[in-house]
Ligand binder design. Structure first.
Ligand SMILES: [Fe+2]
Ligand SMILES: [Fe+2]
Length: 413
């Protein structure tokens, strides 16, 4: 998800509550993305309580902001262009009655009372140990960061579009409500492991990636839909195989993923209202590019964390391919072109990328001097780039539910 300039931390600060019951003897988390309970306590002003806390917290967090290409990111966009796109005077394709209907749906707030925790959480977390514990923590942390990224972007869009298009703006604000809830729930999950993600610090310290509105639409639509398929697949799997239900958060995924599905549907309506982003050859190329980026990122990420998926009884690659195929089928309803992910060549190439990525990681972790490390990396990066390109150039699937006459855009379902 993306985001503009860091917005004021009001709602989001409510996500990180001080956990005063932990004392200095609380297990220390070595990963510095976390607030150390005894040194930095988040308050409603996001200020650490003591000077030492500031130093300790910042120093720690700085180490943590070391990012890779595969880390969940925060984004920003061109808000002036966004305002133009959603100006009903300028854009006659905006179907305000459809947005009104969507707004009513968001106002219904189906999950208002869904995210309520119970004592099962802490008890379950205490039973998770060994390598799985760390990988569980990482799952919570990455998911929380991704949800929080969505919260920040939607909140800012809600704020910036208020004057131009109050209906669309309110939907964004209500989506940020959902994402704040999701991020908050995941962060509370971290508290079961005696940790908490410092979201206030993350907001200020994290680098924001700039995407033009068009790319925000592609990327966000895909990320909502892939989120939906991930959550629902895990939920259904654990419902059928309850012996792997090792932490209760997964029981919430069924209703939770409906939020993501609604968010994705909203972006689908936004894209339909911007036919220029769907109806030319450039749109086809970009659609395929974003599909590729999102699928490859997920595959490479998950293949580095097979212990997590195996820990809940899933085969990582099978799970990912299922999610990719379903997401791609959903996406084909709106994007003008998608990748042929059901062609066996696609998975073969993904697996090749996993191999190369593993070699890249090994090269980075070796004891070689930086020069040697870099020399070793060059051919690997070239090989990865060539796999990516070959996958991108595979014959695509022409798709989309929107057809356009040459000079007079018209929707045909
Ligand atoms: Fe979410
Ligand atoms: Fe979402």
């Amino acid at each position: 998800m993306s985001i503009p300039s860091p917005p004021k931390m009001a709602t989001e600060m409510a996500l990180v509550k001080p956990i005063s019951k932990f004392s200095s003897s609380t297990p220390i988390f070595t990963n510095s993305r976390y607030v150390k309970f005894t040194t930095v306590r988040m308050s409603s002003t996001s200020q650490p309580t003591t000077k030492t806390a500031v130093k300790g917290g910042k120093k720690a967090a700085k180490t943590a902001i070391k990012e890779t290409l595969l880390t969940p990111r925060f984004y920003t966009t061109d808000f002036d262009e966004m305002e133009t796109l959603f100006n009903t005077e300028i854009n006659k394709n905006l179907n305000q009655s459809e947005f009104e209907a969507l707004l009513q749906e968001f106002k219904t707030d189906y999950n208002q009372t869904h995210f309520v925790r119970n004592k099962e959480f802490k008890e379950a977390a205490d039973k998770i140990d060994g390598p799985l514990r760390q990988i569980f923590v990482e799952f919570l942390e990455r998911s929380c960061t991704a949800e929080f990224s969505g919260f920040l972007l939607y909140k800012e869009l809600g704020r910036r579009l208020k004057k131009t298009n109050p209906v669309v703006a309110e939907i964004f604000s209500l989506m940020s409500r959902d994402e704040a809830r999701h991020a908050g729930f995941l962060n509370k999950g971290l508290s079961d492991f005696n940790l908490a993600l410092d979201l206030g610090f993350l907001t200020k310290a994290r680098k924001y990636t700039f995407f033009k509105p068009k790319f925000i639409f592609y990327a966000t639509y895909l990320s909502e839909k892939i989120g939906y398929w991930r959550y629902i697949t895990i939920y259904r799997h654990l419902k059928e195989n309850p012996e792997y239900q090792c932490y209760p958060i997964f029981k919430y995924f069924e209703n939770w993923c409906q939020d993501e599905n609604r968010h994705g549907d909203f972006f689908s309506a936004l894209l339909t209202a911007q036919p220029q982003f769907l109806n030319d050859w450039k749109a086809k190329l970009w659609s395929r590019f974003f599909c590729l980026s999102v699928y490859v990122t997920m595959y490479l990420n998950d293949c580095q964390r097979t212990a997590f998926y195996e820990g809940i009884g899933l085969d990582t690659k099978e799970f990912d391919m299922h999610v990719i195929i379903e997401t791609n089928r959903t996406t084909a309803r709106i994007f003008p072109a998608v990748l042929d992910v059901e062609n066996p060549e696609f998975k073969r190439r993904l697996d090749k990328m996993v191999e190369i990525n593993e070699q890249l990681i090994a090269a980075g972790e070796s004891d070689d001097i930086p020069l040697v490390k870099n020399l070793k990396r060059i051919p690997l990066i070239a090989a990865l780039a060539s796999e990516l390109l070959a996958t991108y150039l595979m014959p695509p699937i022409e798709s989309g539910s929107v057809d356009f006459a040459e000079f007079e855009p018209q929707l045909v379902y």
